[in-house]
Design a protein around this ligand. Sequence first.
Ligand code: PMP
Length: 405
Amino acid sequence: MNIALPLKTDFPALQQKIKGHDLVWLDSASTTLKPKSVITAVHQYYTHCSANVHRSVHTPSEEATAAYERSREMARKFLNARSTTEIIFTAGTTDGINLLATSLSRGILKPGNAILITQLEHHANIVPWQMLRDYHGVNLRIAPITATGDIDLDAFRAAMTPDVKLVAFSALSNAIGTVLPVQQMVRIAHEAGALTLIDAAQAVATMPVDVQALGCDFLVCSGHKMFGPTGIGLLYGRETLLDELPPARTGGDMIKSVTFEKTVFNDLPAKFEAGTPNIAGAIGLAAAIDFLLNIPFEAITRHEEALLQYAIMKLQEIPAVRRIGTPQKQVSIVSFVMENVHPHDAGSLFDDDGIAVRAGHHCAQPLMQHFNVPATIRWSFSLYNDMHDVNRALESIERILKVFS
Ligand code: PMP
């Protein structure tokens, strides 16, 4: 379809058979497969170096430190942050939001302040804020979505009362594929004097994410959703804010000096990275970023758009299939239910055909409640999928419907 895209052979996981069939991976919203270059980078770190960072003067440690900090520079470039001091390595999106929630509760947020999220959010962008509500007296408000699964911008604007100090929302819904008008929402939040956190977990492998263009104050993402390893992620924060905020986690590496009476915290970004970090993960993430930066994002977007539109068109021709979420702007992800078939049963039957799909609530139970379904079947596309994958999944639907007819 697009010659600029990498081949399936770049992804070793796609070379396997599942129940006698070539694997079709339609679960990239859960995690993306890893290209060879990422696997090699992680392997090389453990094979040739595997020393700790920021500690010893020996050569292996200096090499590991240099590789780790090079990875930070890659991440800075990828997100277009102004400085590497604005890039904190985390364990992933969930970890980044928890880290930020803890830090904000110690620094900027006061009891009586409000946090606004949307009805579309992943549990990772709900539960940490409920903890602040329950343990720090912060109020939690929810901006509603429409029947199609779009953000209701008028209601969002109306929810921006003066007590709202933070607005946190995802750029792309992992459950139904809604693309949110991030820039516009950031502008509305800033005009009302609130800070903004973007959950870019789902967006980073599909669309360019530029923190300066978006204008956000904080942004989080996960390495494993952008062709990198699990257990590594990024928290971007505006330098002035990160400077102002106290650390969330404490211990080695995040200090300048310690006595029993007093600790002086390290400069950014070390202040937010206590303990031995995921060095291999950061190096693998840098390889993933390198992989992504070598493909024009328009090529990825165009490819995924074509697969999604084809899948939607074909799904709409099947009377027993009902799409869940029909947002104005949707990318990479389509969710649906099938008449008389529980999504989990469908998931197992897809698996019998070697097709990996996600069946469940997608860690977005409030969104499922909005659509009045307990679960959906979700197909999510990435650059290694093709029309043949979609056709195989469509054939599988026919077979599943026969089983349940
Ligand atoms: N937010 C969104 C929108 C997601 O899609 C996910 C992962 N499904 C997360 C947060 C959590 O990411 P992780 O499990 O990598 O921490």
